[in-house]
Design a protein around this ligand. Structure first.
Ligand SMILES: Cc1cc2nc3c(=O)[nH]c(=O)nc-3n(C[C@H](O)[C@H](O)[C@H](O)COP(=O)(O)OP(=O)(O)OC[C@H]3O[C@@H](n4cnc5c(N)ncnc54)[C@H](O)[C@@H]3O)c2cc1C
Length: 306
C-alpha cells in the first residue's frame, strides 16, 4: 500500500493528529454543499487546532497529496466522482469564535457569516449587515469577497490572519492582499484563519431594521430550494439573471437541476440532481447566451473534483 491510497493517507494523518481532529474516509460531499450534489472526498478532515491544520498541510505538501479548503460549501459544485485527496474543513469550535473588542469584531474563518452579522447587531455595531443572508463561512466570505446589498466583505475588513501552505501564520492588511470583485486571490494560496472587521457604533434598532429589509428583499427574489447562489458572474452590461430571463430560459431543466423560476441566475436542485445535471445545465445556458447574444457567461461558483 502506498501513501497515496486514501486509507493510508487517513491512517497516517490519524497517527500524527490528536483524536479531537475528525478524519473520515469517502465522505459524501453532497452533505457539505448547499446544492446537495457531489461525490465522496477520499479523506475529509476537521482539524481541532491551528497546529493540527499546519500538520495536515505539511503532510499533504510532503506527500504531494492534493487538498481543498472547504467552507460551508455554498459556492461550490463538486463533481459526481468526488475529490481525490484531502478536504479540510474548519468546522471545529477553535476556528469559529466571534469576539467583540470595542468597534472591532474578530471572527474565526469557520464562523457563519450570519452569526457575525447577528453578533454585530447585538452589540450595536454596523458595517457587516450585508452578511446576514449569505449562507457561507467567514473563510468563504474572505476568499470570495462576498457581498450583497451594496456592501462587500473587504469594505469592512481591517486585517486577516492567514496560514500559508507550509503552516506559517501571518496577519495581513487588505492593502497587502489582492482583492477584486468576488475574489481574494491571496487566499488561493493561503488559508484564512480569522479576520478583524472594523464597524461603527449605531443604535441596535437601526441595524435591526436594515437587516430585516435586506432579508425581505433577498427572500422575495431568491429561491428557497437548494442552490449555490448566483451561478454566473454578471457579464458587462446586463445581470446574468436578467440575461437568462430574457433568453426565456427560466424553468429550463436537465435531469434534477433546474433554472429557478424566481431568479434566472440560480440553478436549483429539485431533489434528485447530480453534479452532471448541473454542469450540463450550466453548459446549455452558456451556449445559448453565446449563440443568441454573443455573451460569455463565466461561473462565479467553483467547480472541483473528478
Ligand atoms: C442561497 C445562497 C445565497 C447566496 N448569496 C450570496 C450573496 O448575496 N453574495 C455573495 O457574495 N455570495 C452569495 N452566495 C454564495 C456563497 O454563499 C458565498 O460565496 C460564500 O462566501 C461562500 O462561503 P463558503 O464558506 O460556503 O465557501 P465554500 O463554498 O465552501 O468555498 C468557496 C471558496 O472559498 C474557499 N475557502 C473557504 N474557506 C476558506 C478559508 N478559510 N481560507 C481560504 N479559502 C477558503 C474555498 O476553498 C473555495 O475556493 C450565496 C449562496 C447561496 C447558496
Amino acid at each position: 500500500m502506498t501513501t497515496s491510497e486514501p486509507s493510508a493517507i487517513a491512517d497516517e494523518l490519524a497517527g500524527r493528529l490528536s483524536p479531537a481532529t475528525i478524519i473520515r474516509r469517502d465522505e459524501p460531499m453532497a452533505r457539505h454543499t448547499t446544492l446537495r450534489v457531489g461525490g465522496p472526498a477520499d479523506v475529509y478532515v476537521e482539524p481541532a487546532t491551528e497546529e493540527e491544520l499546519g500538520a495536515i498541510l505539511k503532510f499533504c505538501g510532503a506527500r504531494g497529496v492534493k487538498f481543498f479548503l472547504l467552507g460551508r460549501g455554498s459556492n461550490l459544485v463538486v463533481r459526481d466522482n468526488g475529490f481525490r485527496g484531502v478536504v479540510i474543513c474548519l468546522a471545529q469550535p477553535n476556528f469559529s469564535r466571534i469576539e467583540i473588542d470595542g468597534l472591532r469584531i474578530r471572527a474565526g474563518a469557520g464562523a457563519k457569516q450570519k452569526a457575525v452579522a447577528v453578533e454585530a447587531k447585538r452589540n450595536g455595531l454596523s458595517g457587516v449587515e450585508f452578511l446576514e443572508g449569505i449562507p457561507g463561512s467567514i473563510g468563504g466570505a474572505l476568499r470570495m469577497n462576498a457581498g450583497a446589498m451594496g456592501g462587500e466583505t473587504f469594505n469592512a475588513v481591517e486585517s486577516v490572519r492567514v496560514m500559508d501552505f507550509g503552516g506559517d501564520i501571518r496577519e495581513l492588511q487588505p492593502s497587502e492582499m489582492s482583492v477584486t470583485y468576488r475574489c481574494c486571490a491571496t487566499l488561493k494560496n493561503h488559508i484564512a484563519l480569522s479576520a478583524v472587521f472594523r464597524c461603527v457604533a449605531q443604535p441596535r434598532t437601526e441595524i435591526e431594521q436594515r437587516m430585516k429589509a435586506y432579508s425581505e428583499k433577498r427572500w422575495s427574489s431568491q429561491p428557497a430550494a437548494p442552490s449555490a447562489g448566483c451561478m454566473f458572474k454578471n457579464p458587462a452590461g446586463i445581470p446574468a439573471g436578467k440575461l437568462v430571463e430574457e433568453l426565456g430560459l427560466k424553468g429550463t431543466y436537465v435531469g434534477g437541476a433546474m433554472v429557478s423560476v424566481e431568479h434566472g441566475n440560480f440553478l436549483v436542485n429539485g431533489g434528485m440532481a447530480t453534479a452532471q445535471d448541473v454542469l450540463e445545465l450550466i453548459a446549455l445556458l452558456q451556449a445559448k447566451a453565446k449563440a443568441e447574444r454573443g455573451v460569455e457567461l463565466h461561473t462565479e461558483v467553483e467547480v472541483i473534483g473528478e
